[in-house]
Design a protein around this ligand. Sequence first.
Ligand SMILES: Cc1cc2nc3c(=O)[nH]c(=O)nc-3n(C[C@H](O)[C@H](O)[C@H](O)COP(=O)(O)O)c2cc1C
Length: 349
Amino acid sequence: MSTSFQEHYPWTGRPLIASAAMGGYAGPALATAVSRAGGIGFIGALRDVAILDQQLTSAKASLQNDDLKVASESTLPIGVGFLLFATPLDDASVVIGRHKPAIIWLACPAQEQDFGTWSKAMKKVSPSSRIWIQVASVSVALRVVSTCSPDVLVMQSSDAGGHGPFPGAGIVSLVPETRDALNRGGFSEIGVFAAGGMSDGRGVAAALACGADGVVMGTLFLASKEVELPAKEFREAILKTNDGGISTARSAVFDQLAGKSFWPSEYDGRAIAGASYKDFRSGVGIEEVQNRYAIAAKEAHKGFGEEVRAAIWAGSGIGLVTEVKTAGEIVTECRDLARLCLQKAIKCL
Ligand SMILES: Cc1cc2nc3c(=O)[nH]c(=O)nc-3n(C[C@H](O)[C@H](O)[C@H](O)COP(=O)(O)O)c2cc1C
């Protein structure tokens, strides 16, 4: 592992665990709790950066009495993630320049070159912030490192909950192949984090064994006390769903439930394969799927109830998410179990 991690994220413990920048779900409470536990907490931004401005103000206030070590006095020991296709860059620049999070996470551009435009703009307004870029293939990773010089590539596998470019690959091939390609290309100093499908310390250990410098988890933090959820039924569904390979699915239909999707065509998302997905797969037309969703969305459960007509974004590791815990407990337990697994694995040699 590069020594730059200790230098850039001095409040963190090992192994490095980050909570994903989940727009609308990962707010200041989750991000600060993860960083307080020695992880790397991210706030996920949405289109309206006025909300992000408030969230960062609140995070700063909440961290005021903590003594988290930061690399530069002006940075906040949390990160902020942007969905590039959805957020106006000028608005984002103003907020980042004002709050200076330690890390800026860039994902889902409308065009690949937007990674470069955003990286430059973010560095200009907050030079001490590190840039992390989430991609899903070795070839995009290689192009991105040569044009953007990020500090970290978050390699998102096809198991990941939420959106990503499709079709994608699993962590076991994606991470080592990316590491090799970066080393061969003279980019050995760039960190590689694994994202997608890991929902406990065993997954963390596996990703580390594949050569990852750290791990990003999203679905597991949907069971944290600090996450923001649209309805209590959302979490109930997360906790009771298992066998994620068949109970979740990647599809663009989840983005069309309330009308035309605003996502660029190269992205889809993994969510619980509920009634809307099943209807669509069995040939029900999209208008009827939308009608049925609209009726369910008017209920108190907003469509997140029993038959799951709304989109409950979750990765294939959902079956390992069975209990509500604080984000701090999640980080600590994942770390401890990862260490134990690696020690156990060594005994098998
Ligand atoms: C509910 C949810 C919302 C997400 N929102 C975003 C987002 O706004 N921006 C982003 O870059 N990734 C988002 N993701 C994807 C994560 O960045 C990450 O790749 C994924 O959570 C990792 O897989 P896992 O969920 O299996 O841990 C989201 C994931 C989930 C589960």
